[in-house]
Write a protein that binds this ligand. Structure first.
Ligand code: PRP
Length: 210
């Protein structure tokens, strides 16, 4: 049996739909109110560990999960020692700089974000000095209440920005969910991993990277 660390929330729902489309018999008994964290799917040949997105690469790097499904945003932020096997093309969104529409660049702006490395790299490459402030969620609050001048965050539908009177100022990159693998598992369990990747890549129309 393979073990897959799966990001909870929107990615989980779309990943299960993708598995179904690929003919993988995933249980449809996963109800949204459930607090269960390990879901065994014997017919599909794997168990799912439902984790916070930021923790998925940790489970995979340490080898307690053979595979992981997580957004490219988290992979870019963490640069973990894992293989990135496949772009699943689910949960598309973008990483962007956002803020109030009337914002004007100051001398040493403060940028609030869940992604300090991505933010620092982005502004460094632009040659702009900023102070990056780490937050763990609801980042859109920061410019509204005056903690920061701008935010770096993911934008999906744009609803959170709109409802909080913020606008996208600069795009950084596009983000989709990826399948990642532990390096040892990739060698030791190559057969079931390849079978799963092939089934998924057929419905996605994307090539397996390794
Ligand atoms: C993410 C992101 C934005 C929002 C964007 O937050 O950080 O806040 O979704 O989505 P939208 O463009 O469709 O509104 P998430 O829901 O993961 O919660 P968080 O703020 O607690 O991190």
């Amino acid at each position: 049996m393979l073990t897959i660390a799966m990001a909870k929330g929107r990615i989980l729902k779309e990943a299960l739909e993708l598995f179904s489309r690929a003919g993988i018999p995933v249980s449809d008994s996963l109800n949204e109110d459930s607090r269960k964290l390990v879901i065994t799917m014997p017919e599909a040949g794997f168990s799912l560990f439902l984790a916070k997105p930021m923790d998925v690469p940790t489970y995979v790097e340490y080898g307690v999960a053979d595979l992981g499904i997580v957004g490219k945003d988290v992979l870019l932020e963490q640069e973990r020692d894992v293989y990135e096997l496949l772009d699943l093309r689910i949960s598309p969104c973008r990483m962007a700089v956002a803020g109030k529409p009337d914002w004007r660049p100051g001398l040493y702006p403060r940028v609030a974000t869940k992604y300090p490395r991505i933010a620092e790299k982005y502004f460094k490459e632009k040659g702009q000095q900023v102070e990056v402030i780490l937050l763990n969620g609801s980042v859109e609050l920061a410019p509204i209440i005056g903690l920061a001048d701008r935010i770096v965050d993911i934008v999906s539908t744009g609803q959170t920005l709109r409802e909080n009177g913020l606008v996208e100022l600069e795009p950084i990159c596009t983000v989709t969910s990826r399948m990642i693998a532990n390096r040892a598992s990739y060698r030791l369990k190559s057969e079931p991993i390849s079978a799963l990747m092939n089934a998924l890549s057929k419905v996605i129309g994307e090539c397996v990277r390794r």
